[in-house]
Design a protein around this ligand. Sequence first.
Ligand code: SF4
Ligand code: SF4
Ligand code: FES
Length: 257
Amino acid sequence: MVQISLPKNSKIQKGKYYKDKTGSKNLRKVNVYRWDPSTGENPRIDTYEVDMNNCPSKVLDVLNKIKNEIDPSIAYRRSCAHGVCGSCAMNMDGKNGLACTKPHSEIKGDINIYPLPHLKVLKDLIGDLSTLYRQYESIEPWLKNSNNPTKTENLQSKEDRAKLDGLYECIMCACCSTSCPSYWWNGDKYLGPAVLLQAYRWIIDSRDEERKERLKKVADELKLYRCHTIMNCTNACPKGLNPAKAIASIKKMLATS
Ligand code: SF4
Ligand code: SF4
Ligand code: FES
């Protein structure tokens, strides 16, 4: 079930109903979470009847159709539309994912769209990711190598490069962290699966000279060991990555070092 950080004293209300004006026989009902802090009003669920004729296949296409043809006031993030930038992450049909890669045909019945769970909502489907980005910055996600040549490539063996597979593909969409109960309750202290997967990516980079320091930095009761291996994160990742495994690998490295 989706959990949303609501504005104080607010209760989600039934919102506006936008009836189809096209006369199409191919309609779907789309329920969208709406909240605009500047109005002082409670959040609401608006319902749109969307003509699915001439609507491409993804949930993002449905939202674009609503914004372009029915209600331009709706706010959501998107950029690449190809599952690369991570900005269109939201909760669809009770599951976190990327709106630009999620086919609407996979959703039976009404299409329910909410912001990512447990983030402070800035407006409509836009969650506040500033804590997550601060945590990302804290793991210093860049190569640390005093011999880092500036004019030539910094090579590594094919085997060492292969160790980064399943990690470098992370697009920091936050689908995993916002589906993790430990991150919901301790998001200010626990780094969460997205940031820990990124931390592991740099810990095992053969070209990096600060493995020990990086490990020491995350070896913390709150930052790392709040993970209880519930696996929600891995189930939620739209890129098919396994942050729970990355976290377990960090723990193993610490236990054996
Ligand atoms: S495995 Fe760890 S990080 Fe993933 S959902 Fe569970 S507690 Fe969160
Ligand atoms: S691990 Fe997957 S779900 Fe988590 S931030 Fe990276 S791409 Fe998104
Ligand atoms: S818009 Fe870039 S991942 Fe969806």
